[in-house]
Design a protein around this ligand. Structure first.
Ligand code: ADP
Ligand code: MG
Length: 609
């Protein structure tokens, strides 16, 4: 007997002890493996017609022997392939994912990603795989009763393909395993999980008909195809209900939530294609990590070419899931050629426009739903605005929602512009950690008091997005946190200039500049930045490990009592302490921290005595 590889053993153990409550999915896994194997053979048969066959997947249940078998006439496996494919789980992505996401609920995890071949052990005490590769005349039998290991022996097999036979476990208080031998159960499992498998899933079913003339019924057996097969995107739109789309999405993309939006695109022209696209309900937890793989499944007339074709979607639409099916794509092209395929890039461009149009329509027709979508995926759209030096900014600018100082809901930039006051210089925006914190910034007091609307940029990408846009409808974006115009002149007058220089010296190089400002009302000071780099950007850079500093400016409110007090202070030590404390105050509000907390506390304590 051979041993399983260590990781496989772990997963196998997990399956046998079936932590997963939904044991049903084992059948989906076995059928999908059978379908994959047929896909491979069918693909080979395009160049070698001797490999073509009447492709199908056959289910057989034997109640007496307590066995269930799933048979396919796919590629089959050689002895070596049996070893590598079923002796270790490393070939499947499932286990790696498990290790990366230990914290996730096991149920949700398995429900989402599928568990592969070993899931058979959730319901079977013994699994037997009889297989013959299309490139071999010898058949091989793999058997295993669990973690102890597995055996591989030569055997007779008339046709190429694979038969997986499960000896179903004895019933226990948790589960009536015998159900998996019932026609009704199997039929419903196929419908739920495997309805769009493109090959017929057949089973001998018992039917009954009324006896001629008599009262009784005669039972007879008939081979029935259990699945619908026709891909949902090939059906006339009118025949497909929302529930059908939802069910398709759930099973095809392993998401237990219904999609947030379904888009169907049918294009007839230079290149013909059908696309069925979905916006998921929630952003995947790994969306902004390297693990996340964007892409759409690409089919040519219902035959899968590639599971995740990344070229079909720009990064900023990476959250879209779905399929694209085009009769114009040829199957016999290598991946490299495919990437350059003119038709493919035509489809990608056309799809991008369709998706953007669809989002605009959504925004117009169901604002509330769109807002929920944007809260989940909007960051990606905003990245899209500034990606490639703003190449797509005009296409995307009307999809962007931002928080506003005057509205209780996110607003479009266009809406802001249409509300702008007569003579307003431009579109004001301010960056901060959250709407609440930004709203409390001293620099905004005056503007808010005058009733001027300010857009609040609270996601890291927001400011970059607005800078990339540069203007909207001829109106420039103005960073409300930057110095007001005319501030320099006001600060240049004799006595004031002297005071400001004194403050700057007292602060010992912490700020590049100190100036008077008329944009505060109740606050004495605020910290801001001159030049291209804002304080917010400095923090984004810092988080990315880059030391790019903003030019710091301390602004003083000349009307404020504390500033007046500062100007009147003769004692050098007292002046230095008050200046430093005011700077710390400004720093706390702008950055949420002070340079030296202990010194700050000492000075505050001294003031309170
Ligand atoms: P996955 O399907 O994600 O690759 P599985 O655990 O379901 O992982 O299957 C492991 C491997 O075993 C498959 O990749 C395939 O190579 C092989 N395999 C499983 N079932 C069959 C089958 N019916 N015919 C041919 N190969 C199969
Ligand atoms: Mg599989």
């Amino acid at each position: 007997m051979k041993q399983f590889k260590a990781e496989s053993k772990k997963l196998l153990d997990m399956m046998i002890n079936s932590i997963y409550t939904n044991k049903d999915i084992f059948l989906r896994e076995l059928i999908s493996n059978a379908s994959d194997a047929i896909d491979k053979r069918r693909f080979m048969s395009l160049t070698d017609s001797s490999l073509s066959a009447d492709f199908k997947i056959t289910l057989k249940a034997d109640k007496d022997a307590k066995t269930l078998s799933v048979e396919d006439n796919g590629v089959g496996m050689s002895k070596d392939e049996l070893e590598t494919n079923l002796g270790t789980i490393a070939s499947s992505g499932t286990f790696k994912f498990r290790q990366d996401n230990k914290s996730d609920e096991e149920d949700a995890l398995i429900g989402r990603f599928g568990v592969g071949f070993y899931s058979a052990f959730m319901v079977a005490s013994k699994v037997e795989v009889v297989t013959r590769s299309v490139s071999d005349t010898q058949g091989w039998k793999w058997t295993s009763s669990g973690v102890e290991g597995y055996d591989i022996k030569p055997c007779e097999k008339a046709e190429a393909g694979t038969t997986v036979t499960l000896t179903v476990k004895e019933n226990d208080e948790d589960c009536k395993y015998a159900d998996y031998l019932s026609e009704f159960k199997l039929r419903s499992l196929v419908k739920t999980y495997s309805d769009y498998i493109r090959y017929p899933i057949v089973m001998d079913v018992t039917k009954s008909r009324k006896e001629d003339g008599g009262e009784g019924y005669t039972e007879y057996t008939e081979t029935e195809t259990l699945n619908t097969m026709t891909p949902i995107w090939k059906k006339p739109k009118k025949q497909v209900k929302k529930e059908d789309y939802d069910a398709f999405y759930r099973s095809r993309f392993h998401d237990w939530r219904a999609p947030r939006r379904v888009m169907q695109v049918n294009i007839e022209g230079n290149v013909n294609y059908t696309a069925l696209l979905f916006v998921p309900d929630k952003i995947p937890s790994n969306y902004y990590s390297k693990d996340y793989e964007k892409g759409l499944a690409l089919y040519s007339s219902g035959v899968l070419i590639k599971e995740k074709c990344a070229d079909l979607l720009p990064d900023w639409l990476g959250f879209v899931r779905g399929i694209v099916d085009s009769p114009d794509l040829s199957l016999n092209v290598s991946r490299e050629m495919l990437q350059q395929d003119r038709q493919l890039s035509f489809i990608a461009t056309s799809l991008r426009k369709k998706i953007v149009d669809n989002l605009k329509k959504w925004l117009k027709e169901e604002r509330g739903e769109y807002e929920k979508f944007f809260a989940e995926f909007g960051e990606g759209i905003k990245y899209g605005v500034y990606e490639n030096f703003g190449e797509k900014k005009d296409e995307l600018k009307d999809l962007v929602l931002l928080a506003s100082s005057t509205q209780n809901k996110p607003v479009l930039i266009g809406e802001y512009v249409s509300r702008m006051k007569e003579g307003q210089e431009g579109i004001y925006y301010a960056c901060g950690d959250s709407v609440e914190k930004t709203d409390a910034l001293p620099q905004l007091e005056k503007l808010k008091d005058e009733g001027t609307e300010i857009l609040y940029c609270v996601q890291r990408v927001d400011e970059f997005c607005l800078i990339a846009l540069n203007e909207y409808g001829g109106k420039k974006f103005i960073n409300a946190l930057k110095a007001e115009s005319g501030a320099e002149e006001k600060s240049d007058a004799g006595e004031t200039k002297e005071l400001l220089e004194k403050v700057k010296t007292a602060l010992g190089g912490k700020v590049n500049k100190v100036r008077m400002s008329s944009r505060m009302k109740t606050h004495a000071v605020c910290l801001t930045a001159d030049g291209e780099i804002s304080l917010e950007m400095e923090r984004v850079f810092k988080a990315n490990g880059q030391e790019i500093k903003a030019d710091r400016v301390l602004e003083l409110n000349p009307e404020h009592a504390l500033v007046k007090k500062l100007a009147a202070l003769g004692d050098e030590k007292a002046f230095g302490d008050l200046a430093a404390t005011l700077y710390d105050e400004a720093s706390l509000i702008a950055l949420g921290e002070v340079d030296d907390a202990a010194a700050f506390v000492t000075r505050i304590n001294a003031l309170m005595k």
